[in-house]
Write a protein that binds this ligand. Structure first.
Ligand SMILES: Nc1ncnc2c1ncn2[C@@H]1O[C@H](COP(=O)(O)OP(=O)(O)O)[C@@H](O)[C@H]1O
Ligand SMILES: [Mg+2]
Length: 284
């Protein structure tokens, strides 16, 4: 067995003349949360789609447990133990929790010549699988549409674990969630790690990523800025690298300037808005 469950060597991906990824190196271990960070358009989704069998790399090598691998389809990747939870989740809102849990892998029983979806057993398994992840489902036959965004993320993760994923890829799982729901999703991520899975967590929010991550890889405009173990990099250093030190300084001085002019306007006889409104009224 290799030290790394996944390894990318100089992986590039082009879309026509667009260079979405260039020479990406990345190593992922079982039992770690590997955070893939980068601003919008950095290439994060493209990178995980090449891991998940959606896109093929244009150049470079991809090793799964030390073996050079190329997936023909997302199903190939899933069969190899790489499960991906996309932001839109591919869950069907009107289907029951249980149906969603088993979607594509229906549990059937034979009654005479027919294969029937075994609802009772499926409900039990779905409920137990979710309970293990700390999610309490009152009625597994309720439609998934009644669950919150955070609960749906948790369901998708629990499903991947239940069906034996070794690598769990989560694309911006907390992007659309509030603080409390995000915390719940991150707890489930921690449980997946405790089970020995490798988790690749994609986010542009360092504050969500930092507490749970063991390892960071930073993307910027399709290139890797590097990989660091948590012990070797602070939250502030990551923030600065992501923003590009200079850009962040520019932004800070711009904000300071904005606050000054705003304060000056408020300190006057009234805000500029009020003054303008008064001037308008004077005409009538
Ligand atoms: N299917 C595609 N066709 C053409 N360009 C694409 C395609 N997918 C992504 N890109 C481009 O690749 C770059 C990286 O995009 P993406 O991987 O979605 O970034 P991120 O997920 O980090 O926001 C962007 O410039 C995007 O426009
Ligand atoms: Mg993306």
């Amino acid at each position: 067995m290799s030290d790394y469950i996944l390894e990318l060597k100089k992986v590039s991906r082009y879309f026509g003349s667009v260079i979405a990824l260039k020479d990406i190196d990345m190593k992922v271990k079982l039992g770690e949360v590997h955070c893939l960070l980068g601003d919008n358009g950095a290439g994060k989704s493209t990178l995980i789609k090449t891991l998940a069998g959606v896109h093929k790399a244009s150049e470079g090598e991809f090793l799964l447990d030390g073996q050079t691998t190329e997936f023909e389809s997302p199903k190939d990747a899933l069969d190899a133990g790489i499960a991906t939870v996309y932001q839109d989740l591919a869950l069907v809102p009107l289907m029951s929790v249980t149906r969603n849990f088993f979607m594509g892998r229906e549990l059937t029983k034979k009654i005479g010549p027919f294969n029937i979806f075994d609802t009772k057993r499926a409900n039990e398994i779905a409920r137990a699988g979710l309970a293990e992840m700390g999610i309490d489902v009152r009625d597994p036959e309720h439609p998934i549409g009644t669950m919150s965004g955070g609960e749906r993320q948790c369901l998708a993760i629990a499903r991947a674990i239940h069906f034996g994923a070794k690598v769990l890829i989560l694309d911006e799982p907390t992007a659309a969630l509030g603080v409390k729901q995000s915390a719940n999703v991150l707890k489930v991520v921690a449980r997946a790690r405790a089970r020995g899975l490798a988790v690749i967590l994609i986010t542009h929010n360092v504050h969500h990523a930092y507490p749970i991550a063991d390892h960071f890889t930073l993307l910027n405009r399709g290139k890797s800025l590097g990989s660091w173990l948590k012990a070797d990099v602070s939250r502030e250093e990551i923030l600065e690298m992501m923003a590009g030190g200079q850009e962040l300084e520019d932004l800070e001085s711009e904000l300071a300037e904005f606050t000054r002019t705003d304060a000056a306007a408020n300190a006057g006889e009234g805000s500029t808005f009020e003054a303008a409104a008064a001037a308008q009224n004077a005409h009538h």
